[in-house]
Design a protein around this ligand. Structure first.
Ligand code: EPU
Length: 419
């Protein structure tokens, strides 16, 4: 089995550019199916979840070209078939095909999505939105059957906030012959990227703090769209900079997507400058206790919680993180204990003791961000650590080893894939 072999404790300096956003690209690719014209997406990261999605497009007979980071999609020869492919079960964002394809296929069977195990990850809000907009849904033997009908509400209000369900609702709403109003919607940056691309394709969408208004169906056309930088990869390198950086320069960061992280850096007096999507950051000896609560945007993103946990292990004092999004995003804690971390979990509270000496260890990640947090701590600890869980890590990070080596860190991949 492949694992990371990491010699920690090395300073990171030089320049690194953040790749395109995984979660934005995973929504924009299905969005491209809302027109039969050519859509060009620039800045798409070459990571596992994107390749899974491309496999699904190919099975639907969509023309796809992926050269460097430019993905060209043309779906004029899309075939009618069910979405019960294996690949649908391998990542969470396969749910975007429901909203994006229903207007063309009218009825289809789909398998539920997969994704990292972070407790129960229901799709009830996606189903709620589709039902409100006239989709008949049945579930039998592990397969959903969707049938689009004309009997729809033109007003929907989410009972809870979900990024995925908001995007899915948008993808379906633009194809309907009625004006649709969506309330209690998610304000994650990826939602606004999808709105921006739909507007460029010709959809008439407006929004304010409370509501999104989608005008009745307009013929959508092709477009060229740039994917935003990945805010979680950016957060990873920012925290690495705060603990190991020496003039570490990070490009392609949108500060407004990460204000909650910048607030923590300011609270800890971290030495950084930010200008025009570029950040320069230095290792800073901080000694302040921190309390953080994850939540929907603009609160601190749950996807950075495991990384912040690891970072706070390097900051003396006792810290508290409240994980408010996922009921079971804690699998990194027991692994971090293997390197001497003193962490206590009480319900959704993580209490982190940053005063303890850490030592190298063998650790195993059980999901994408958990593995990232173990890689993070291994880079910070003197000596050689081993981190398993590459298969999860590769879902979300592009060229990470190469980026770290270029900055002066030491890590490699050892072992073979399991056959
Ligand atoms: N939720 C429901 N019902 C639903 C959907 C979500 O109860 O139908 C709950 C979830 O169980 C969770 C919360 O709402 O407690 C957040 O779910 P959301 O729908 O916002 O998340 P998601 O669409 O499942 C996306 C990202 C996640 C990221 C969250 C929150 C993608 C493919 N995934 O997931 O990313 O954590 O939004 O920002 O965009 C990751 O990249 O590691 C990752 C898990």
């Amino acid at each position: 089995m492949r694992s990371f072999c990491i010699e920690g404790g090395h300073t990171l300096s030089g320049e690194v550019t953040i790749s395109g956003s995984k979660n934005a690209a995973l929504a924009l690719i299905p969005c491209s199916l809302l027109t039969k014209d050519k859509v060009v997406l620039r800045g798409v990261p070459r990571i596992k979840d994107i390749f899974q999605q491309i496999e699904i497009l190919k099975k639907l007979n969509v023309d796809v070209k992926f050269v460097d980071h430019t993905l060209t999609i043309k779906s004029n020869k899309l075939i009618k078939c069910d979405l019960t492919f294996e690949e649908m079960k391998h990542f969470r964002a396969s749910y975007y095909f429901y909203g994006a394809l229903l207007w063309r296929l009218k009825d289809m069977k789909v398998v539920p999505p997969g994704g990292c195990k972070l407790g129960t990850r229901p799709i009830d809000l996606h189903l709620f939105a589709l039902k409100e907009m006239g989709v008949n849904i049945s579930f039998c033997d592990g397969i959903y059957e969707f049938k689009a009908t004309e009997t729809l509400n033109n007003y929907l209000r989410f009972p809870r906030i979900s990024m995925g369900a908001t995007i899915n609702a948008l993808l379906y709403a633009v194809s309907l012959n009625k004006t649709i109003t969506i309330e209690n919607y998610s304000k994650e940056p990826e939602v606004f990227e999808v709105i921006k691309m739909l507007q460029m394709m010709g959809a008439k969408i407006s929004y304010n703090e409370d509501v999104i208004l989608i005008d009745e169906r307009h013929q959508l056309k092709g477009t060229t769209f740039n994917v935003i930088g990945d805010r979680i990869e950016a957060g990873t390198f920012i925290l690495l900079g705060a603990s190991l950086g020496k003039d570490l320069t990070i490009h392609h960061i949108e500060k407004k997507h990460l204000e909650s992280l910048f607030d923590i850096l300011d609270e800890l007096n971290v030495d950084y400058q930010y200008e025009k999507e570029t950040m320069r950051i230095n290792k800073t000896k901080s000694i302040k206790p921190v309390t953080v609560e994850t939540g929907p945007y603009p609160s601190f993103p749950s996807d950075l919680q495991p990384l912040l946990t690891s970072y706070l292990l390097t900051v003396p004092r006792i810290h508290l993180i409240k994980e408010m999004i996922y009921e079971d995003r804690f699998s990194h804690l027991a692994e971090l204990e293997k390197c001497g971390a003193v962490i206590k979990r009480i319900n959704h509270n993580i209490i982190i003791n940053g005063d303890n000496e850490l030592h190298h260890a063998k650790m195993e990640g059980k999901d994408l961000r958990a593995t990232a947090s173990l890689v993070f701590i291994a880079l910070n600890i003197n000596g050689i650590s081993e981190v398993k869980g590459i298969e999860y890590f590769e879902r979300g990070y592009e060229d990470f080893v190469e980026k770290i080596l270029k900055l002066g860190g030491k890590m490699s991949i050892v072992g073979d894939d399991v056959k």
